[in-house]
Design a protein around this ligand. Structure first.
Ligand code: MLC
Ligand code: AMP
Length: 462
């Protein structure tokens, strides 16, 4: 099926006994291909299929089936609440669902993951859509990022080159299967390279310590939790590479990893829209606080507010812009948002960065206070504020990210409300959206600080 995208499933690397293990359930590549084929035969011709992306082998089978059938897969957070899933299902145009979807309001047909066959359809074109992945913006509902097979292939090949990732590797991680990190790198990467994959179900220190892999992926929160248990961290000493991404890795965690695991981590930077574009290399320097150089096929530049290109002197801060083979096609149904996110063929990342004379990148921060990174998840303040405002007792809400030693940032909501407890509002958001989008703290205030235009001044919220 996927001569180009997932060669392990075409038998390129043999049958691969127990090649893929997810939460304790193992299959060979041949079995995975046959299981996916049994699902794919029911998908052919659909406009898109939504997959409730639990950390299970069924999710992997569902995504592979969609790729096999050439149908865009829409991976949805397993715990997405009604507000989030209604939007994703409607916006994506999904005509069926896969997975354990006990979603009362959803009338779409369910495709069950069962059986094995040798079905195969025509090879999908390289520029066809592989995935529609939802990502939060500063305001409004999450946008569907349309990713082609070609962009995914280019990204995985660039990373394989940078990390010397080969069929001799065993990749271990337990990251969610509804984002680029866990799904594109963490599943499709292994299936493209032909390395073994152990998905631990959850990214717990214990599970990582027991897995015996050669490459480990984690977000900074995962790495800091592993380092907090030194006896488990030292179990990773046999690894070839330990890789951190999705959020800034604190220098103290970089140093703890170096000391306990016996090697400095690879840091890599990316976005759902651009995929992973910048990384330190297996054969190169690893510098705490810096994320390395562009992978093959990617270019970067820094610009100021006027669009002028800035020097690469290691200290001048500008907006990081990216172009190249790994780029998404568009935000689904959002032509204005797509157009405004590009300057020509350069994608505006919204991240502030510096680049040194050797081409090394350091991410300094986000340009918008309304984008929060919590535990490696991107959360738009506007989406959480909108969820809070659906509670009848809430009249005003402002959400910010506050620095947090475990999560990087934690979501804090400031609300003007009448007769309701903060804990109730936290549960309210957790029930409407994904659980990770809930505020960790609610501060009830009499008024929100506003400027003369009536806009909330978030920098004054403490
Ligand atoms: C808590 N729980 C609740 C709840 N509060 N359940 C229902 N209602 C509530 N109000 C439950 C949760 O479901 C979960 O259950 C448990 O409590 C713990 O939840 P948590 O406290 O929210 O999780 P936490 O421990 O904080 O998670 C940390 C983490 C997670 C690191 C494991 O943040 C994570 O998986 N991060 C990875 C994010 C990621 O992959 N990002 C990549 C984006 S792509 P249970 O049973 O589930 O434990 C990208 C591009 C790139 O950025 O560069 O990679
Ligand atoms: P997402 O939209 O979930 O893909 O998140 C992308 C954002 O995560 C980027 O715009 C960055 O702000 C952040 N990010 C990803 N990797 C790193 C990293 N290694 N260091 C700092 N920030 C990162």
């Amino acid at each position: 099926m996927s001569a180009s995208l997932l060669p392990s499933l075409d038998g390129r690397f043999g049958d691969g006994d127990t090649a893929v293990r997810v939460a304790g359930e193992s299959v060979s590549w041949a079995q995975l291909a046959r299981r996916a084929a049994a699902v794919a035969q029911h998908l052919a011709g659909m406009s898109a299929v939504a997959i409730r992306a639990t950390p299970t082998l069924d999710t992997v089978v569902g995504v592979v089936a969609a790729l096999m059938a050439g149908v865009p897969a829409v991976p949805m957070p397993a715990d997405a609440g009604p507000m989030e899933r209604e939007h994703m299902l409607r916006d994506s145009g999904a005509t069926a669902t896969i997975g354990d979807t006990q979603w009362p309001e959803v009338a779409l047909p369910k495709i069950s993951v069962e059986g094995e066959t040798d079905w195969s359809g025509p090879q999908p074109a390289g520029d066809s859509t592989a995935l529609i992945m939802y990502t939060s913006g500063t305001t409004g509902l999450p946008k569907g990022v349309v990713l082609s097979r070609r962009a995914i292939a280019a990204d995985l090949d660039g990373l394989a080159e940078a990390w010397q990732w080969t069929p001799d590797d065993t990749l271990v991680h337990g990251l969610p299967l509804f984002h680029v990190h866990g799904l594109v790198l963490g599943v499709l990467g292994a299936l493209r390279v032909g390395s073994r994959l152990i998905h631990t179900g959850k990214p717990t220190p214990q599970a990582y310590a027991e897995a015996d892999g050669s490459m480990y992926f984690g977000v900074p929160t995962v790495w800091s939790r592993i380092c907090a248990e030194p006896s488990l961290a030292t179990s990773l000493r046999g690894a070839r590479l330990v890789v951190s991404g999705s959020a800034p890795l604190p220098v103290a965690v970089f140093d703890d990893m170096t000391r306990l695991i016996g090697q400095s981590p690879i840091e890599r930077y990316g976005m759902t829209e651009t995929l992973i574009t910048v990384s330190t290399r297996a054969d190169g320097e690893r510098r705490p606080g810096w994320v390395g150089v562009p992978i093959v096929g990617v270019e970067s530049r820094l610009v100021d507010e006027t669009g002028a290109v800035l020097d690469r002197d290691g200290s001048t801060i500008g907006e990081l812009q990216i172009r190249g083979a790994t780029m998404f096609d568009e935000y689904l149904n959002r032509p204005e948002a797509t157009a405004s996110s590009f300057d020509g063929d350069w994608f505006r990342t919204g991240d502030a960065a510096v680049i040194d004379a050797g081409g090394f990148h350091r991410i300094v921060g986000r340009q918008s206070v309304d984008i929060i990174k919590t535990g490696g998840f991107k959360v738009g303040a506007g989406e959480v504020e909108a969820a809070l405002l659906t509670h009848h007792a809430v009249s005003e809400a402002a959400v910010i990210g506050v620095s947090d030693p475990d999560l990087g940032q934690r979501i804090v909501a400031f609300v003007v409300c009448d007769g309701v407890d903060g804990a109730v509002l936290i549960e309210h958001v957790a029930a409407l959206l994904s659980v990770h989008k809930r505020p960790r703290e609610v501060r009830i205030v009499d008024v929100l600080p506003r400027n003369a235009m009536g806009k909330v001044q978030k920098t004054l919220l403490t």
